[in-house]
Design a protein around this ligand. Structure first.
Ligand code: ZN
Length: 168
């Protein structure tokens, strides 16, 4: 093994990377390119499972294309996620219109991202599916850094920024 190769991505590593996410047609859905790279702790489910699996074993400096099927990404679309609610479900100041994304409560009480589908008078149709549910995800990643998580990061289950210092 070449001596200039850094540690491979595995459980317990803190990984810093830039990514661009596209749909199968090549349209950009999301990207870190205009801001700071993202940082995550590998092996704890901070990122979608298919991306985490695809990154395992990769090293600092590598670039990769990782294609993630819906079931390994944000899940398949569930038709039961389309629901009718009344306008008073939302705060009066909410800018209610089709396409508005808002935080709702999932089946286990966890916060989930939901979308307003349409507004018809007092009736609001919402979609509790993640906006990327049912979508095959095409990630392009550039791995900037792979380092061991500190004991504190492992205990907290998340990274603590550059060098692992505690900032909260
Ligand atoms: Zn912490």
């Amino acid at each position: 093994m070449a001596s200039n190769q850094g540690a491979a991505i595995a459980a317990g590593k803190v990984v810093t990377l830039h990514y661009t996410l596209r749909d199968p047609a090549g349209n950009e859905l999301d990207s870190s390119a205009t801001g700071e790279p993202i940082q995550y702790l590998h092996g704890v489910g901070m990122i979608v499972p298919g991306l985490e699996d695809g990154l395992a074993g990769k090293r600092q400096g590598e670039r990769a294309k990782i294609v993630v099927a819906p079931e390994d990404g944000y899940g398949e679309r569930d038709p039961r996620g389309i629901q009718q609610v009344t306008r008073d479900t939302f705060p009066p100041e909410a800018p209610l219109e089709a396409g508005l994304e808002f935080e709702a409560e999932g089946p286990d009480g966890e916060p989930i991202l939901a979308t307003v589908v349409s507004v018809d008078g007092d009736e609001v149709t919402i979609d509790l599916n993640h906006p990327l549910a049912g979508q095959t995800l095409h990630f392009e990643v550039a791995i900037h850094e792979v380092r061991d998580a500190t004991a504190e990061e492992l205990a907290h289950g998340h990274p603590h920024g550059a060098g692992g210092h505690h900032d909260h």
